[in-house]
Ligand binder design. Structure first.
Ligand SMILES: [Fe+2]
Ligand SMILES: [Fe+2]
Length: 276
């Protein structure tokens, strides 16, 4: 048995370099437990330093395709619902890596221990989200890797690898906020189809993702205040520079506001952020 990683950064690299999806999520949960045990005992694990890989290890399957090549399936069909669960599982697995990457990549920026608490908890929740969805796939005679998936999810991490504020602006405050917009219609679709397991999984995800966006907004504000920067203008400038997707309504304005993202943060970006 290899020794457990002796610092939080080493835990992060351990998750990032694990290819098997189930094993990656089991490690994410175990390392989170170890972190919080140390915190509760008043002996926090060392933060440490590490070199996270440029790309996290991933399993051989699913095959990763350019977004335009990922087959589209009829959303109302059984196959379409399965494909949607698979697509969300892929997003959750990517999120596990994204959050451990935040922990490992920016250790040179001095942050309070509560910052690490928030991202470790978030990485733990993403691991559970993946597992919930994989359970749903298995209940439908499928599994993660059964269908091709989107190849370009790591771009946001690469684009923001040199700037913690840009990472927070793009990952939790734009991409995860997008999850708040699109999840309620998904829940409604599975409810209509009478698929209670998927409804329960997505409701858990939806409730917890509000917290992920909120952590992003909180720590973004913290860094702005520490640097004497105006929060809204700085967010918009970083979004314009680093985010290359489309920001489009409808927005879940209530949930976004609950997470600390008022409408005047993102509405001004709608017209000027366009896909590459
Ligand atoms: Fe998630
Ligand atoms: Fe999340």
């Amino acid at each position: 048995m290899p020794l457990p990683p002796d610092s939080l950064a080493a835990c992060a690299v351990d998750v990032l370099t694990t290819a098997d999806a189930r094993e990656k999520t089991v490690k994410s949960r175990a390392h989170a437990r170890a972190w919080f045990e140390g915190r509760a005992a008043g002996r926090p694990m060392a933060l440490g330093e590490a070199s996270p890989p440029a790309h996290p290890a991933r399993p051989d399957k699913p095959e990763l395709l350019a977004p335009r090549d990922v087959p589209r399936r009829r959303p109302g069909s059984a196959q379409g619902r399965k494909a949607l669960l698979h697509a969300v599982a892929h997003i959750e697995l990517n999120a596990v890596d994204l959050h451990w990457d935040i922990i490992a990549r920016f250790t040179a920026t001095l942050m309070p221990l509560e910052f690490y608490d928030d991202w470790v908890r978030t990485a733990d929740e993403e691991a559970r989200h993946f597992q919930l969805l994989e359970d749903c796939l298995r209940a439908r005679d499928s599994f993660y890797g059964d269908m091709p998936a989107h190849a370009e999810m790591w771009h946001a991490a690469e684009d923001t690898a040199g700037d913690l504020m840009a990472r927070l602006a793009v990952v939790p405050m734009i991409l995860e906020a997008r999850g708040l917009d699109v999840t309620p219609p998904m829940i409604a679709m599975f409810r209509k189809a009478g698929q209670d397991d998927a409804v329960a999984a997505l409701e858990t995800i939806y409730a917890e993702e509000v917290g992920h966006v909120a952590h992003g907004a909180t720590w973004f504000r913290f860094l702005c205040e520490r640097g004497g920067l105006p929060v809204q203008e700085t967010f918009q400038a970083l979004a314009r520079r680093y985010f290359h997707g489309a920001l489009k309504p409808p927005f879940n304005e209530d949930k976004r506001a609950e997470a600390g993202l008022p409408a005047d943060f993102y509405w001004p970006l709608v017209d000027d952020i366009r896909p590459d």
